[in-house]
Design a protein around this ligand. Structure first.
Ligand code: ATP
Length: 306
């Protein structure tokens, strides 16, 4: 009997976890793959979000002891402001967002939200305060309306439409013969990367979290789609504390602070203008991306002329 009881008990635990913390499908995947060693302390209080300030204090982190990934990272995202993290592949940018969601815990240092150490608060309350627009959004095999409503089940029809409008996906949906009732996902209409991302933005708008993590897509979108997505992201992040994990520098020019991470250390920080003026790593990255964009445009023009 005990052999039967153990897995059932385990499944019950997972089920409760999912029910408790399931805010969107991306959270579900993260819960399933999360490190089971991270448990709430008995009687851990809920996070009390006031303004929504995020603070990393001398955070050190390694997935495996032999390979440190973050080596003393400190920064603050003041409430309602936007901080962008840039840096070469493997620098540790996404690791910072995983620590913020507490999928892992730092070996030393602290992560605070409105002055409360995340290590001491109930995880469900933490995830309720955080929203994520991920690189790749997983859609349910259901209607597009359902996929947006996933952000908040009790949202009214009007609220779903308003979220779609702010995410700039309303025109696309209304042009479909079945509108919001159009099935999407594997068995329905396949959406492009940019469309899926706008569905994710609409979901996040409905959820309305005070703190937002934007994990930018690495894949290049055409410049029109990129502009539309950028507008939608600017709307969703307005007035919210936002951490952007950026791959394309063109999208973070207006961030309040840009942090350049290299091999787990912050090597530069400042506004776009200040970083360009100091002519260091960021300026070199900016120059490289600008030249690559120019080369792409020249190529398109040549192709168009042929
Ligand atoms: P990119 O721009 O390519 O997305 P990144 O700066 O976001 O890179 P991270 O995803 O934070 O980089 O990864 C930092 C380092 O940690 C990488 O060298 C990666 O191999 C390692 N890493 C990431 N996830 C794990 C894991 N689950 N277990 C062990 N090592 C990991």
């Amino acid at each position: 009997l005990i052999q039967l009881y153990m897995p059932l008990n385990f499944m019950g635990m997972i089920y409760r976890e999912i029910k408790q913390s399931l805010i969107d499908i991306d959270d579900m995947f993260r819960i399933l793959e999360r490190n089971p060693e991270i448990e709430d302390r008995p009687g851990a209080p809920d996070l009390a979000v006031k303004a929504g300030e995020v603070r990393f204090e001398d955070v050190h982190f390694a997935y495996t002891p032999a390979r440190p990934i973050l080596k003393g990272v400190s920064f603050t995202v003041p409430a309602g402001h936007t901080v962008a993290i840039v840096g070469p592949s493997g620098a540790g940018k996404s690791t910072i967002s995983r620590l913020l969601f507490r999928f892992y815990e730092p070996q030393s240092g602290r992560i605070l939200i409105d002055g409360q150490d995340m290590a001491g608060v109930a995880q469900a309350s933490l995830r309720a305060a955080l929203g994520m627009v991920p690189q790749d959004t997983v859609l349910f095999n259901d209607t597009i309306g359902y996929n947006i409503r996933y952000g908040r089940w009790d949202a009214s029809e009007d609220e779903v439409r308003e979220a779609a409008r702010l995410a700039q996906i309303d025109g696309f949906i209304e042009a479909l013969p079945e509108g919001y009732d159009t099935p999407v996902g594997e068995r329905g209409l396949k959406l492009s990367g940019g469309e899926k991302q706008r569905v994710a933005i609409a979901r996040t708008i409905l959820k309305g979290p005070p703190i937002l993590v934007l994990d930018e897509a690495t894949s290049a979108l055409d410049s029109f789609t990129e502009r539309e997505i950028q507008d939608a992201l600017e709307r969703v992040s307005r007035g919210r504390t936002t951490l952007v994990i950026a791959h394309r520098l063109s999208t973070i020019v207006s961030a309040d602070e840009i942090i350049v991470l290299d091999r787990g250390r912050i090597v530069e920080r400042g506004t776009h203008e200040a970083l360009l003026a100091s002519d260091g790593t960021y300026a070199a990255m900016w120059d490289r991306q600008r030249r690559a964009a120019e080369a792409r445009e020249t190529l398109h023009e040549t192709e168009a002329a042929e």
